[in-house]
Design a protein around this ligand. Structure first.
Ligand code: CP3
Length: 344
């Protein structure tokens, strides 16, 4: 019999004596072996589209730390690129895209079926990983949630307050809704293919959900994630979905029910005890440790890790950071976090 996968047990709602653990951006620039493979690939996008090397960097943190899950190495901005947007990364600054803000530009996007022409190497990476990962390690696929991806497509880059996307939403709702619909449809097609290639769970990253309030949060973060989740569950019953509306604050309460997701990932802006009472009561939760502890380490890392584990010990819990690990993190602090969670 295949070994039990603890991540899948937690996602199914089981309360485990020790929470399984993985880490957002666990394959990344804080690891010397990642930097070496990235140098071999050339630039970041070449790494994303090279199945052997993308699988290699996905496996690196599994070999080094034995995390309970591996997350596919790719990026949320590959989908807009597959839809026809130009995408490039400026070193030290981040992503740049050709912008979509008019009905003409929207109409020029490629049809949904065409995205696979670009995204096929990503599905190849998933296939390699599902062969090569240890039996006990869960393979997580992912995509950006429509709102977050739309903020990059509309602005052409990352923005501190997502101003351009909010402006288009206010000034040209038809084009804005058109972009959101194309992304929702594309995300369903993209994640379905990841699942067919071997992803055992998928995560939706809504990194900029925190700039949406009340009705906007419901309409543009929750509803698209709900549409994607229900379409995936219809096509692929039994594949769990993790929703991550980062920065949602008190709006995290009720996200399980409203999206249909099996797990809600929380950032570090909410207190773990509040999460236990208001979010975990509805299902599995994941996240919360401040990424900066991976830089600073020491007693604060240990006590914060213990505090989160204790607060969430009464229900299904996957240990994770509240956001991605940063390039200045110390790999030894990651080991200390894992040892603290696993009690060794
Ligand atoms: O978590 C993982 O290890 C899986 C792979 C993954 C990456 N990006 C790899 C990556 C995932 C899940 C993402 C998600 C992603 N990408 C998000 C949502 C999550 C979040 O962080 O808020 C966003 C907003 C992006 C877009 C993106 N990609 C930005 C803004 C940047 C530049 C920022 C930076 O750190 O330079 C990236 C690049 C990126 N994506 C890197 C990695 C490992 C660094 C690339 C490098 O090697 O230079």
């Amino acid at each position: 019999m295949a070994q039990q996968k603890t991540i899948l047990q937690a996602l199914a709602g089981e309360t485990l004596p020790t929470p399984p653990i993985w880490m957002m951006r666990q394959a990344g620039r804080y690891l010397p072996e990642y930097k070496a493979t990235r140098a071999q690939a050339g630039d970041f996008l070449s790494l994303c589209y090279n199945p052997e090397l993308a699988a290699e960097v996905t496996l690196q943190p599994i070999r080094r730390y034995g995390f309970d899950a591996a997350i596919l190495f790719a990026d949320i901005l590959l989908l807009p690129q597959a839809l026809g947007a130009d995408l490039w990364f400026v070193t030290g600054e981040g992503p740049r895209l050709s912008t979509i803000t008019s009905a003409d530009e929207l109409a020029k996007l490629k049809p949904t079926e065409a995205i696979h022409d670009t995204l096929n190497p990503v599905y190849e990476t998933v296939k390699i990983l599902s062969r090569e990962l240890p039996d006990e390690t869960t393979l997580i696929g992912f995509a950006g949630a429509p709102w977050t991806v739309a903020t990059y497509m509309i602005a052409g880059q990352g923005t501190p307050d997502q101003g351009p996307a909010h402006a288009l939403k206010a000034e040209n709702r038809e084009v804005f809704d058109g972009i959101m619909n194309r992304l929702t449809e594309g995300t369903i097609a993209y994640l379905s293919k990841q699942i067919e290639a071997g992803a055992e769970c998928v995560k939706l990253f809504d990194s900029w959900a925190g700039s949406l309030q009340e009705d906007d949060f419901l309409n543009y973060s929750i509803k698209p994630m709900q549409r994607i989740t229900s379409a995936l569950k219809e096509k692929h019953p039994g594949i769990p979905v993790i929703a991550f509306p980062r920065g949602a604050g008190t709006q995290y309460a009720g996200v399980h029910g409203a999206t249909g997701a099996d797990c809600v990932a929380v950032d570090d802006g909410v207190d773990a005890a509040w999460v236990a009472d208001n979010v975990q009561k509805d299902g599995c939760v994941q996240g919360n440790l401040k990424s900066s502890h991976m830089v600073t380490g020491g007693d604060a890392l240990v006590s914060e890790t213990r505090r989160i584990c204790d607060a969430l010990s009464g229900g299904p819990h996957i240990f994770n950071l509240g956001h991605g690990i940063t390039p200045d993190a110390d790999p030894e602090n990651v080991q200390l976090m894992i040892d603290t969670v696993r009690g060794s």
